[in-house]
Write a protein that binds this ligand. Sequence first.
Ligand SMILES: [Zn+2]
Length: 251
Amino acid sequence: MKILRSLKWKALARSVYYRVRGLLMAGKKRHCPLCGGSFHRFLSKGDPVRAEAMCPRCLSLERHRLLGLFLRRELSLGKNPVSLVHFAPEPGIREHLKALPTLHYVTCDLVPGRGDVAADLARLGFRSETFDMVLCCHVLEHVQDDNTALHELWRILKPGGLAILQVPLSGDITDEDSSITDLEERRRRFGQEDHVRLYGKDFKNRLQNAGFQVEVVEYSKQLDVVEIERSRLMANDDAEDWIFLAHKENS
Ligand SMILES: [Zn+2]
């Protein structure tokens, strides 16, 4: 109980700090579509550092803001009653979705305390055909058995349901070698120490093998360059901003 209370105080203190920082950075040049804040600039973030990558209030990054816009504008989330489970929830997107009154929203994370439910993606405790939608971004590259994880996502979706997925992408073919456990080598080859592969555009085939009908959306190409710059949205011709829409057919 003591630990929980201390975690709650820390979360509250963090939230007050970000709110105050947002107020101090208020301006007109930048707008965050997730928290609705306007700022004179965003914060730099990343390794290597990306200029003006992070919203000072909700901490969203470029890809989070692009995805948030897609969810709201193209899937009309918030307009109809929909159940959605969000894996490894990104804070900016989580707060945005939590505020939608028509959304039955559940968060899930491998680490206890980071979501409503703690679970391994390859062994989910949810009943089959529970959710209308699944949101799973930048998670599968951490999962050893992504084939089982994708079958699990298919299983928990209702017929006619939709999984929205993103992974770091590079090139056409996935680079994968489970014998690589050296952290430096993983970083060099897969982009991060805790990544077990680097997906290529053939990620689509893995989704199809799990039973999904797949659609790829390059959403930044549908947006105005002025909006991309103002909200610092991810816009990349090399597939990094691809959104995979994986449909489970009606039975
Ligand atoms: Zn924000």
